[in-house]
Design a protein around this ligand. Structure first.
Ligand SMILES: *Cc1c(COP(=O)(O)O)cnc(C)c1O
Length: 394
């Protein structure tokens, strides 16, 4: 498996850890190994100091105050704490949650769990461009609605939702707004005040930090209260029990600090490469369609369908040369069509012959040109073998 020579264009699944981040983390495994909750000695103080520094770094990236950051084991846990924690805290006002059809499974499955616990969930559809219409969210609100959960940017098609418009609707109705901001934070400017969100989830490994660490932003003013989903230690202001992953948190803070510095220059750079990728593919191949809005979109995402090509066969053909995905890393591997593509109303051909490209900080123009050549060769070969042809479905 020539993994090291293959071109990595799957940055929505995970990103490499920045070597500067690793360097910051290392002393916290061996030298400064203290438990951040040990108040009686210098080992604990040193760890606690590092955690609080990281808390400031993460808060600064998203326009929050340090006290509003709760460290978790990742975004899956942050989403669970946000959704289940908010519904439990507002039980006397109702248990209706509104979410969107294209959310990550880490949101949709938690909403299903809320429904199984006796709550109510409304899943709002998206428009043909993959964005949710705020008017549809407004129409879904009911007297017992306590929470709306809308992701900032989609992890498959890279589409950015009108979160600020939705927050205005939620505020007017006294409904809390949660956003899964995993794919947006560190990649496009993201500010909890500008967006007016009450809860927001983040993951370090999607922004050049380590796996297994994330955060939940919990608004202080006006105050959002949550019922903790793990108990037994009282860490993180009682919201998330368990010994803190100090090296991981240090890495997350360092990654957030770097992201804050580079976000405004890196966005246009990858957008330029992404546009080069699309131009290369559409010049070389017929019947290439972009899925999702091309304007309200993450700068490093491209999601395209190749008519008449089986997506799995295409990925298999590319596997040694280009690391791409058909969609979410969690859902791929199954032959089930992506729930995101289904929500777009895409026909079978578009669903099956789709590829997600996720560019990153290390991506070069030479890699993009090589990827175009590999994809072109594979699609051309598969289409020649296909009994259906470019015009047909599957
Ligand atoms: C990756 C991802 C998650 C899960 O994050 P983990 O930290 O791996 O648990 C949640 N939501 C979105 C949109 C993601 O892309």
């Amino acid at each position: 498996m020539p993994a090291t020579r293959s071109i990595y264009l799957d940055h929505h699944a995970t990103t490499p850890v920045d070597p500067r981040v690793v360097e910051q983390m290392l002393p916290y495994f061996t030298e400064h190994f203290g438990n951040a909750a040990s108040r009686q000695h210098a080992f604990g103080w040193k760890a606690d100091e590092a955690v609080e520094h990281a808390r400031h770094q993460v808060a600064r990236l998203i326009g929050a105050r340090a006290k509003e950051i709760v460290f978790t084991s990742g975004a899956t846990e942050a989403n669970t704490l946000a959704i289940r924690g908010a519904v439990a805290a507002r039980r006397d006002q109702g248990a209706h949650v509104v979410t969107v059809a294209t959310e990550h499974k880490a949101v949709l499955d938690v909403c299903q769990a809320v429904a199984a616990d006796g709550g109510r969930v409304t899943v709002v559809p998206v428009e043909r461009d993959g964005r949710v219409d705020p008017a549809r969210v407004a129409a879904a609100l009911a007297p017992d609605t306590v929470l709306v959960s809308v992701m900032t940017a989609n992890n498959e098609i890279g589409v950015i939702h009108p979160v600020a418009d939705i927050s205005a609707i939620c505020q007017a109705r006294g409904v809390w707004l949660h956003t899964d901001a995993v794919q947006a934070a560190g990649h496009v400017p993201f500010d909890v005040e500008a967006l007016g969100v009450d809860l927001a989830s983040f993951s370090a490994h999607k922004m050049y930090g380590p796996k297994g660490v994330g955060a939940l932003y919990v608004r202080r003013a006006p105050k959002v209260t949550l019922v903790p989903q793990t108990v037994g230690g009282g860490q993180e202001q009682g919201l998330r029990a368990g010994t803190l992953n100090v090296p991981g948190i240090v890495g997350f803070g360092a990654a957030a600090g770097i992201a804050r510095e580079v976000v405004t220059s890196e966005g246009p750079r990858v957008a330029h490469l992404r546009d080069r990728l699309l131009a290369g593919l559409t010049q070389a191949l017929a019947a290439v369609t972009v899925n999702g809005s091309m304007t309200a979109r993450l700068p490093h995402n491209l999601h395209v369908s190749f008519a008449g090509v089986d997506g799995e066969a295409l990925m298999t053909s590319l596997a040694d040369d280009v690391a791409v995905s058909s969609g979410s890393a969690c859902a791929s591997g199954s032959r089930e069509p992506s729930h995101v593509m289904t929500a777009l109303g895409a026909g079978a051909a578009e669903r099956w012959g789709a590829l997600r490209f996720g560019l990153g900080r290390g991506t070069t123009a030479a890699e993009i040109d090589a990827a175009v050549a590999h994809v072109t060769a594979s699609v051309t070969r598969l289409r020649a073998m296909s009994p259906v042809g470019v015009g047909g479905g599957l």
